[in-house]
Design a protein around this ligand. Structure first.
Ligand SMILES: [Zn+2]
Ligand SMILES: [Zn+2]
Length: 137
């Protein structure tokens, strides 16, 4: 199909590109994603990690603990944009923050995870699979 996903942070210090098809697209409403995004959830496109060509180095904050370790978010140390995400349960994959895509409209979530901690004002799409906790819960 030659689908090509590309994107990066707001100041373009971090850029990524991959020819791999997304394995999964999901929204994560765990408490850490809410804090980190300043919003209802993180929107993440999951791709095979070896297939991603990454320019620049996202910084991964040390997780503050509790259950929100499900996702580690990589951000640009210059502009602060969240760009990547590592999923605890899936070490061979890299998450791309959907809003960092050059074409964010290609984000079509199949799943909402950590719905137990979702906010009442988080209006999830009705046709997605809902997991109350993380992926392997
Ligand atoms: Zn940046
Ligand atoms: Zn999360």
């Amino acid at each position: 199909m030659g689908q090509n996903l590309s994107g990066g942070c707001a100041c373009v210090a971090i850029l990524y590109e991959t020819d791999a098809d997304p394995m999964l697209m999901l929204n994560c409403a765990c408490p850490d994603c809410q804090k980190a995004s300043g919003s209802a959830s993180s929107a993440i496109v999951v791709v095979p990690e070896p297939a991603v060509r990454l320019t620049g180095e996202p910084r991964y904050p040390k997780s503050v603990g509790n259950e929100g370790k499900a996702v580690e978010r990589g951000f640009c140390p210059t502009c602060g944009s969240q760009v990547t995400a590592k999923l605890e349960r899936m070490p061979d994959v890299l998450g791309l923050q959907a809003g960092s895509l050059d074409d964010p409209s290609r984000f079509k979530p199949a799943m909402d995870i950590f719905t137990d901690s979702a906010q009442p004002w988080d209006h999830m799409q009705p046709d997605t699979q809902k997991l109350r906790q993380g992926l392997s819960a």
